[in-house]
Design a protein around this ligand. Structure first.
Ligand SMILES: NC(=O)c1ccc[n+]([C@@H]2O[C@H](COP(=O)([O-])OP(=O)(O)OC[C@H]3O[C@@H](n4cnc5c(N)ncnc54)[C@H](O)[C@@H]3O)[C@@H](O)[C@H]2O)c1
Length: 353
């Protein structure tokens, strides 16, 4: 494998994370940076990176093979197109663009130039998600009919561009994009219906909280919540299948599967007095009819941006197809557009995504 030299446009928090993790790959070398903020250029210099005087200077550098676009969201489209037109392969941070139309423009240029264009959907390798996906795919839960995915905090929105609508702010574009990508990555059935309620609890112009329901053609329902004002948290994942229930509490992957061993529990003729009051359906099960499996974090997962670079370089070298395909990002973008439309109209949006 050759060594690929990377130029970074926008050297903020996320680009620093790329530098710290992807530079450990022996085929990736971060050469230089362009950032409009002189302080960030100083930090780049201290880290031994070349500082370009403009994006043009970087794009004219024949040594640069890959451009990482890690600027605020509204700037992604133009920079990705510029970099592709300059003959560079492009890795763009999420959300790839602000609309599916913008993404299609980039995809057109990528096709015309034959250069690789991919997106950092790095949360496909989060340990909790890998564990969840493997558990569902093992079949242990039977037919899964509801997946609940939540990311919750109570500290509100960070200051800056994430609170400005026209710069691509809001939680749908910030975290929703990851959670929807994970769900669509697991489920290739068509999205037929999207309903979303967005909340602007502390910031009027953006969604600082949302609740989204996605219905698939195969009957699966995904419920996705992102909250910045939840002082008590739900579990990270809660999944119900015909044969069992899964819970993953948090990022550390603590959780359980409770699986049905014997379908028929004993139903007495008499109604029972249980905590729920007089009921048969809500009476506790006999312990011997279920099995509890404690979950553990997978140990063979690289949970950072390295897999994003590995799949990109494999595609550049023609060894494998991209695993993070622009077409997949397009599907995510369309679901987010339907979610915005639903939040605006108060209606469920029927789709064919
Ligand atoms: N994949 C992930 O998990 C993840 C996590 C965080 C952020 N992100 C994404 O990364 C991108 C950057 O987010 P961040 O948290 O690093 O933001 P940030 O504000 O920390 O950094 C953005 C940087 O871009 C610079 N910048 C702004 N306009 C520029 C321009 N025209 N040319 C060059 N530089 C410019 C800013 O000065 C700043 O240093 C966003 O798209 C965000 O959604 C992804």
């Amino acid at each position: 494998m050759s060594v690929y030299k990377v130029g970074i446009i926008g050297f903020g928090g996320m680009a620093s994370h790329h530098l710290n993790t992807a530079s450990l790959l022996d085929f990736i070398e971060f050469k230089g940076v362009y950032d409009i903020n002189p302080q960030r250029m100083e930090v780049a210099k201290e880290k031994g990176l070349y500082t370009y005087s403009s994006t043009e200077e970087m794009l004219n550098d024949p040594e640069i093979n890959i451009v990482l676009v890690a600027v605020p969201n509204h700037l992604h489209k133009d920079l990705c197109i510029k970099a592709l037109r300059a003959g560079k392969h492009v890795l763009c941070e999420k959300p790839v663009t602000l609309s599916s139309k913008e993404l299609l423009e980039i995809m057109k240029v990528s096709h015309e130039t034959g250069l690789i264009f991919t997106i950092d959907q790095n949360r496909r390798v989060n340990k909790d998600f890998v564990l969840l996906k493997q558990s569902i795919e093992s079949g242990i839960l039977g037919d899964v009919y509801v997946i609940e995915s939540r990311v919750e905090g109570s500290r509100g929105m960070p200051e800056g561009w994430r609170c400005i609508k026209e710069q691509g702010g809001g939680m749908m574009l910030d975290w929703g994009v990851h959670l929807i990508d994970q769900i669509l990555y697991m489920c290739d059935s068509k999205v037929v219906n999207v309903f979303c309620k967005m909340y602007s609890i502390h910031y009027d112009e953006i969604d600082d909280n949302f609740r989204l329901t996605i219905t698939f053609e195969n009957g699966l329902t995904a419920q996705v919540e992102v909250a910045t004002n939840n002082f008590i948290k739900h579990p990270r994942w809660f999944v119900t299948g015909s044969e069992g229930t899964l819970i993953i509490n948090d990022w550390d992957c603590s959780g359980q599967i409770v699986r049905c061993k014997v379908r028929e529990d004993k139903w007495g003729a008499e109604i029972q007095k249980v905590k729920a009051g007089p009921s048969k359906t809500m009476a506790p099960r006999s312990p011997e009819t279920i099995e509890t499996i404690e979950l553990k974090a997978p140990t063979d997962v690289i949970d950072n941006v390295q897999p994003t670079y590995i799949q990109m370089v494999n595609a550049i070298e023609g060894k494998a197809e991209l695993t993070i395909k622009p077409e997949e990002a397009l599907r995510v973008m369309k679901v987010m557009e339907a979610a915005f439309e639903s939040a605006k109209t108060g209606q469920a949006i029927f789709t064919d995504i």
